[in-house]
Ligand binder design. Sequence first.
Ligand SMILES: *Cc1c(COP(=O)(O)O)cnc(C)c1O
Length: 359
Amino acid sequence: MIRPSDLMRPEVLAQPAYAVAESAGMIKLDAMENPYAWPGELRMAWLEALSGVELNRYPDAGARAVTAAIRAVHQVPEEAGCLLGNGSDELIQILISAVQASGRPVLSPIPTFVMYEVLARAAGVPFVGVPLTTDFDLDGPALLRALDEHRPALVFLAYPNNPTGRLYDPGLVAEVVAANPGLTVIDEAYAPFSSNSFLSQAGGASGLMVMRTMSKLGLAGLRLGYLAATPEWIDALDRLRLPYNINALTQRSVSFALDHAAVLDEQAHTLREQRARVSAVLASLPGVRRVIPSDANFILFEVARGRGHPVFEFLRASGILIKDVGRAGGVLTDHLRVTVGTPEENSAFLAALTEALRS
Ligand SMILES: *Cc1c(COP(=O)(O)O)cnc(C)c1O
């Protein structure tokens, strides 16, 4: 019988499938989800809107209504084209497959969102990681050298970055965009929580592309991301998109959510306030070595040498799931990432953490 190893590349088989921690019954602060549900009457109105969707028909292939709503509510520049993906993960995959045959690598500062490297590897495209500085900003000189040496087809800059939460110096981002011989994609997955954005430049003369997602805003279950870029690039990338990639329930639900954008904006506002509160308490705890300033809905912090994993396990045993990002070692050793939750969830996290650091 033919086996996967007869036909698939060893580096793909060596890569474990994307793992999601078991979280039933726990306070879930590991995946940058918005913890808030919609108010009851809004939920009823949403169900009413969904009841009009014809499930026997294919969805609108061009997803026109939801694209128009996104463009209007998020102020996508007039001159930019807009491509929707089944999550921004799918857009990353489309971008990588578009440049696959060029023989040129994908490049990103590291540590960053793992899917850039995972999807490059899956496509057989080399990945070049350029280490960030010790305080997790772009290393300008190293990046410029790497652009010159590797001539990447694609550069991904998560802005703010995951798992650090940091916004890179915008001047350095502009330098990278100018010096990059390939495409620069600014991944603004955390835009609802960020103090800066490049969206107004998407589709313009600099050539930069901006990618966003509805996931972190509070619609992770729907799977919708978008890419804003020049119409020429959007038209080219659209040839690689699977037909009907955005299902009918997602199209209708996102349109509905954007009609009520104030509700999600208000939730994001509360989460930003909670981020300030949690960051301040974290910084005051004796066992916390540093707290990385965050522009996202999560906070990266470092505990004493060798304490990262035990603290994570203590929290898990207390019913609180965060992310042990230090597990892989390297510069993130003993760093933990906590998603900002409701005030009650955050209080429970801080109380358990205080206890964990004492034990
Ligand atoms: C979560 C995340 C994404 C993925 O978003 P989906 O739209 O849910 O696929 C993309 N980029 C970064 C940096 C993220 O943290």
